[in-house]
Each structure stands twice: as C-alpha cells, then as structure tokens.
Design a protein around this ligand. Structure first.
Ligand SMILES: N[C@@H](CCC(=O)N[C@@H](CS)C(=O)NCC(=O)O)C(=O)O
Length: 223
C-alpha cells in the first residue's frame, strides 16, 4: 500500500476538514498529525517550516509540502485523478473551468462572510471571546446576497458546476456544516428551496459524514 499522505491539524478546523473531505472522496490513505493550537503548536519554528503563515492545515506527500486547503485539494484531485471520485475535478477543460469558477466564488464571495459568522457564532463563545454584533450583522447580509445567487444557480443545475458533485461543492461543506449544525443561521440555507436541497445532498455524502465523525471524536494525544 502507498505511504499515507500527512495532514497536520485538527479536523474541527474548517480548512483541515476541507482537505479531509477531498482525501476521502479520492480514496487517498492519510495520516492525521495532531497540532495542538491551544498550546500554540502552529506557531512553533518546526511547524512554520511547512506552513510559514502558522495556520492549519499543512500537508505532505512524499517529498512535497503544501499549505492552503483549496490548493491541497486541487493537487490531490490531479495527482490521484484515476482513483476514488474521478469526476471531482472535472474531466475536460470546460468542466474544469466551471469548477474553478465556483471554487473562486466559494473562496472570494462565500468564504469571507460565512467564515466570519462561523468564528463569531461557533468559535468565539467556546473561546470565551466577545462576539462582534456589527460583524455578525454585516456578514449575514453579505452571505444572504451570495446565497440568493446560489439559489438561482441551483435551480438550473443539480450542483454548482453542473450535474456532478465536484470540488466546488465540497469546498462549501466546512463552513456550512457549522452554520447549519451549531448556529441559528442554518435557516439561511434550509429556507432557500434549491440551496436547502443541495445542502442535504452534499452533506449526506459518506465522505463528509466521515469527516463530521472525525470532528466529534476526542482529539488524539500529541507526541
Ligand atoms: N486559507 C487558509 C486558511 C487557513 C486557516 O485560516 N486556518 C485556521 C484554522 S481554520 C488557522 O490556522 N487559524 C489560526 C491562525 O490563523 O493563527 C486555508 O484554506 O488553508
């Protein structure tokens, strides 16, 4: 069996969970390496050698190291093109362009307001940080506009980039999971008919259910 790739960081991190979902879709064997962020392990010199911005995830496959979850997902999808979900990153230039378009929409339009809401509503209370009501209001307004665009798109096609589940859909799973399952903003998704249908379909995939199970499992002890 091939040597497992290594993913550094806790599955409860949205960016780490994006990479895990991709690896599970592609049937790539992986080893999860704990990084105890509460102890600042992600800012230690050894870790900064593989992730110079001091964030999770980072990733190693044979002799290469990568960071940035979406870049890692693109790499995994290309390198392991012939295994697991072979349609995940498209099979021709047009499919790939459509996937890239919606991946960009996720990174540039969906992620900023949704990750701000995840931080304010899911993480700040756990970290005993004061919530910023202005940020919450502004982010909710921005996210609503993005979801209106998605509602229209998902009335025309089953998934964002067309008729197949792709990296573009997968990339939305981490933030949406938190918003739907641990905040009161889930209605933003479920009350929109097409977005709600899309969310139940993509979040019901075995790969994502396994990621959610990993998020609920007790953290492994760091070395
Ligand atoms: N754009 C990066 C974002 C990575 C990121 O923000 N990671 C968070 C956890 S989800 C983190 O490491 N935060 C700690 C910090 O920034 O110090 C990616 O997608 O990999």
């Amino acid at each position: 069996m091939a040597t497992p790739v290594k993913v550094y960081g806790p599955p409860m991190s949205t960016a780490v969970s994006r990479v895990l979902a991709c690896l599970l879709e592609k049937d790539v064997n992986f080893q999860l390496i704990p990084v105890d962020m509460s102890k600042g392990e992600h800012k230690k010199p050894d870790y900064l050698k593989i992730q110079p911005f001091g964030q999770v995830p980072s990733f190693q496959d044979e002799s290469i190291s990568l960071f940035e979850s979406r870049a890692i997902c693109r790499y995994v999808s290309e390198k392991y093109a012939n295994q697991g979900n072979k349609r995940l990153y498209g099979t021709n230039p047009l499919e790939k362009a459509s996937i890239e378009q919606w991946l960009e929409a996720e990174g540039q339009s969906f992620n900023p307001p949704s990750s701000a809401l995840v931080f304010q509503l899911a993480f700040a209370p756990r970290m005993k940080l004061k919530q910023d009501l202005g940020v919450i209001k502004q982010s909710e307004e921005k996210l609503a506009k993005v979801l209106d665009v998605y509602e229209q798109r998902l009335g025309e096609s089953r998934f964002l980039a067309g008729d197949e589940f792709t990296l573009a859909d997968l990339s939305h799973l981490p933030n949406t999971q938190y918003l739907v399952s641990v905040t009161e903003k889930g209605e933003m998704f479920t009350k929109r008919k097409n977005v709600g249908r899309w969310w139940s379909e993509i979040s019901g995939r075995d790969s994502w259910k396994k990621v959610v199970a990993l998020q609920k499992a007790p953290p492994p002890k760091s070395a």
